[in-house]
Design a protein around this ligand. Structure first.
Ligand SMILES: C[S@@+](CC[C@H](N)C(=O)[O-])C[C@H]1O[C@@H](n2cnc3c(N)ncnc32)[C@H](O)[C@@H]1O
Length: 375
């Protein structure tokens, strides 16, 4: 039988020095449910503490996210991960970005297991920590785990995009679920001079960490830094759907040829970040022929489920002449190509040169300076 304290010490060593003691004070395995989901051949399968205690414990202390709920717990078997214990080094990155000091009032959005809430509480105090989870079962489990581990913080069951006004104002709001649009109640419920840290992304790009400083005039502004892909808050999920559900045989399409290869527009972090910012609501899926990456033959599908537009960008070895088919009111490939040309023309900016400002009227993304709005 493995000693969890040894695994805990090893994991704590991988954390930034300022957070090592907290990772030693909060045993992660006490927050992880007895059944978790691990990926085998692309499908999530259950791993139980009772059947594989050592494997379960190793999973608890690996620097990996752990899936703790599928399909919002509806039992449908679709296999979408809807709650997880975040990857420990990502948790630490966010805690560092939040700049937590003892005594600060903190609201965490997305309790899930309660592990992060316990880490927050270990720094700012149990009485200063509130955490909110939309899923009632997860909230109840986290509440019990937090009490059990000696961090009985207030766990609210509710929609975190509305914040939690009764305990406001907060010095810090820390969201562990990603947003496309920063909810304005977060600005209203943060004290002037306070900070909001949240993963932010687009339909095209899984996102980056956004650190917003809240001003006293009802606005907040800050930059992106940190590669953090998170699940979305529930009401900001982009509709999914298999390519087969979106690209129908009866669809007409216009066909062109391009020499643009997806390597950078789709594969480069900063290029695809900028494209996601400039081209709203566009999803992409890469499908290899016969599911075999070795063939070097694949299609990049671009889709906008709202306007029912799609583009299929066909890549194969040989000359740089890639056929593109486009259907629907939006010409998604043309939009992508023009956003990529914009990024190249702007000097191929790194994503950390972008920032975001929120006002009561909405949000805008800028480059280098809030006056240079890009979307
Ligand atoms: C990646 S997990 C959070 C990880 C967690 N902080 C931890 O320490 O393990 C994201 C969580 O956000 C929750 N969530 C999604 N939308 C939400 C919302 N609108 N309000 C509150 N929680 C939400 C999900 O149910 C999920 O449990």
């Amino acid at each position: 039988m493995i000693d969890p304290r040894e695994l805990q010490a090893r994991l704590a060593e991988e954390m930034p020095p300022a957070w090592r003691a907290a990772f030693m004070a909060v045993p992660r395995h006490e927050f992880i449910p007895d059944t978790v989901w691990v990926r085998r051949e692309g499908r999530p399968v259950p791993l139980t503490r009772a059947e594989a205690p050592d494997e379960w414990l190793n999973v608890c202390y690996a620097d990996e996210p752990i899936a703790v709920q599928l399909d919002d717990g509806d039992g449908s078997g679709r296999g979408h991960v809807t709650s997880s214990a975040s990857m420990p080094t990502t948790v630490a990155l966010m805690l560092e970005a939040a700049g937590l000091r003892p005594g600060a009032h903190v609201l965490e959005i997305g309790t899930a297991t309660g592990f992060n809430a316990a880490l927050v509480a270990s720094r700012v105090g149990v009485e200063n920590t509130t955490t909110i989870e939309i899923d009632a079962d997860l909230a109840a489990n986290a509440r019990a785990a937090l009490v059990n581990a000696g961090f009985p913080v207030e766990v609210v069951t509710g929609d975190g995009t509305k914040g939690h006004a009764p305990n406001a104002p907060y010095d810090r709001i820390l969201s562990t679920a990603a947003v496309h649009k920063v909810p304005y109640p977060w600005i209203e419920q943060t004290a002037p001079g306070g900070r909001i840290v949240t993963p932010w992304g687009t339909a095209f790009h899984s996102g980056a960490l956004l650190r917003l400083d809240v001003n006293g005039d009802g606005t907040a502004s800050g930059r992106f830094d940190g590669d953090t892909g998170f699940m979305w808050v529930r009401d900001q999920r982009t509709p999914h759907g298999a390519v087969e559900d979106r690209v129908k045989p009866e669809h007409d399409f216009a066909e062109t040829v391009t020499d643009l290869h997806p390597y950078e527009p789709v594969g480069d972090f900063s290029a695809s970040f900028a494209i996601g910012v400039r081209v709203p609501g566009m999803l992409s899926t890469l499908v290899y022929d016969n599911d075999d990456p070795g063939t070097q033959r694949y299609t990049v599908h671009l889709m906008d489920p709202v306007s029912e537009s799609w583009a299929a960008w066909r890549i194969q070895p040989g000359p740089r002449e890639y056929p593109v088919r486009q259907h629907g009111p939006r010409r998604l490939f043309d939009e992508l190509a023009s956003a990529y040309a914009w990024w190249e023309g702007a000097g191929r900016p790194d994503y950390t040169r972008f920032g975001l400002t929120v006002t009561p009227n909405g949000q805008s993304v800028w480059m280098d300076d809030p006056v240079h709005t890009v979307a």
